[in-house]
Write a protein that binds this ligand. Structure first.
Ligand code: AMP
Ligand code: GLY
Length: 425
């Protein structure tokens, strides 16, 4: 099978690493990739935003499967353009990508299909949005409707903060994403990430993870794309998993089929485990980053066949369920000093010559220059350890992190703390 991966982060490195293990892979390309992915894949010299160039490349290279890592090309309709040319794609249509592209869309879908979620209201006028704040207790959550690179969610502790957040959205703080605002009830509990591989009608459960979104230890400071993650999520008991599948994932997928916009790709459900059961926080229409870097190593060589089956509507013909291997995995993100604010590019990194076979160093933002490995982004490496327990996985990951020389890098020392010190909430 000839495969093209779209993207340049740690998640896409994890895709490449997993599908490289399949005997059925005959060629692997990436656009644009990074220094780590380019050790496993050839560079596809196309601009991802130019859909017809990507399509021509797929035809010229007889690509059997395109895996789209990030959400932006999906919301932009890349999967539709490729499918129109007969290319199989792991990633939803533009219409189905609304599950991530519009928070208002998801709320409507959830309310119409009895999917448990936080109470909310959607407003497209500043005055009605401000007035609606009176209907919610504090803290209250204010969200820009559209894609805002993970920054469009404000948890307001006071009425004044909530009003400022509403005004900031309508004043363009999040660009066009904020021209509609979702005001939402604040939920508390453990937050988990759940993944479903979907072929339009069938789906297979791809496991659960928890990530650490805040930059600082103890889950403090500004939000980031994610500073670390671990799988499985220990708080997701089999009973809760069955509830998430039956009450959240399955009715949502059925609703997409009924709307004529079936979801094909990886559905990522952000779930809050509240006192009154699991509730949907959000959908993403792609794998999580860094969640992919812990789940995909547990899927390994089976990933390619499963992804191809999902992209071609063939999951029903495969095994009844996907069983991830029973190892725990934990990943630590190494970022450039300054992230998630401004940071410098180009600092040099030296990786250890050898690592434990139960460790994988994924590249998230790197490039090679004259045989030197340079940091080229905010999140730069994600270092995954695997083990028979979460502690073993964590210790392996940190041992590898400590063997990496990078003066401009930083990381959190406490990834996994919630799972390893229970009952601290
Ligand atoms: P979202 O992009 O909607 O997932 O929001 C980003 C983050 O904000 C989530 O991962 C949660 O940590 C937090 N969040 C979003 N909605 C809520 C809510 N209703 N209650 C509490 N936290 C929330
Ligand atoms: N780790 C969260 C995300 O990928 O959105």
């Amino acid at each position: 099978m000839r495969v093209l991966i779209i993207g340049s982060g740690g998640r896409e490195h994890a895709f490449a690493h997993a599908i490289r293990q399949s005997d059925r892979l005959s060629a692997l390309f990436v656009a644009p990739g990074n220094a780590g992915i380019l050790q496993l894949a050839d560079s596809a010299p196309v601009d991802v935003a130019d859909h017809s160039a990507v399509g021509h490349f797929c035809e010229a290279e007889r690509i059997d499967l395109v895996i789209v890592g990030p959400e932006a090309p999906l919301v932009d309709g890349l999967a539709d353009s490729l499918r129109a040319r007969g290319v199989a794609v792991l990633g939803p249509s533009q219409a189905a990508a609304e599950l991530e592209g519009s928070k208002a869309f998801v709320k409507q879908l959830a309310f119409a299909n009895d999917v448990p979620t936080a109470d909310s209201q959607t407003h497209d006028q500043v005055d009605t949005a401000l007035a609606a704040l009176d209907d919610f207790a504090l803290p209250v959550v204010v969200k820009a409707d559209g894609l805002a690179a993970g920054k469009g969610v404000i948890i307001a502790e006071t009425k004044a903060q909530a009003e400022d957040a509403v005004r900031a959205c309508f004043d363009g703080a999040f660009g066009a994403a904020g021209s509609r605002v979702v005001i939402e009830e604040f939920l508390s509990g453990e937050e988990i990430s759940c993944f479903a591989l979907c072929d339009g009608t069938d789906y297979r459960w791809l496991g659960s993870a928890q990530d650490h979104k805040r930059v600082g230890e103890g889950d403090t400071g500004p939000n980031t794309g994610g500073m670390g993650a671990y799988t499985p999520a220990p708080c997701l008991t089999p009973t809760l998993e069955a509830q998430v599948r039956r009450d959240i994932i399955e009715p949502s997928l059925r609703a997409m089929v009924n709307a004529g916009t079936p979801f094909q790709g990886i559905l990522f459900a952000g779930i809050m485990l509240t006192q009154s059961g699991p509730k949907l926080l959000e959908y993403n229409v792609r794998f999580g980053d860094p969640e992919a870097q812990v789940i995909l190593p547990r899927l390994g060589a089976r990933a390619l066949d499963l992804f191809h089956a999902a992209a071609t509507g063939g999951l029903g013909a495969l095994d009844a369920d996907v069983v991830l291997d029973d190892r725990h995995a934990l990943t630590v993100v190494m970022a450039t000093t300054g992230y998630p604010g401004s940071y410098a590019k180009g600092s040099e990194i030296t990786l250890p010559a050898e690592t434990d076979p139960q460790v994988i160093i994924f590249h998230a933002g790197t490039q090679h220059s004259d045989n030197r490995l340079l940091a080229n982004g905010g999140r730069v490496l994600t270092v995954t350890g695997l083990g028979t327990s979460l502690i073993e996985a964590r210790d392996r990951a940190y041992q590898a992190v400590d063997s990496i020389q990078w003066s401009e890098g930083f990381f959190r020392r406490d990834i996994g703390w919630r799972a390893l010190t229970p009952n601290t909430d």
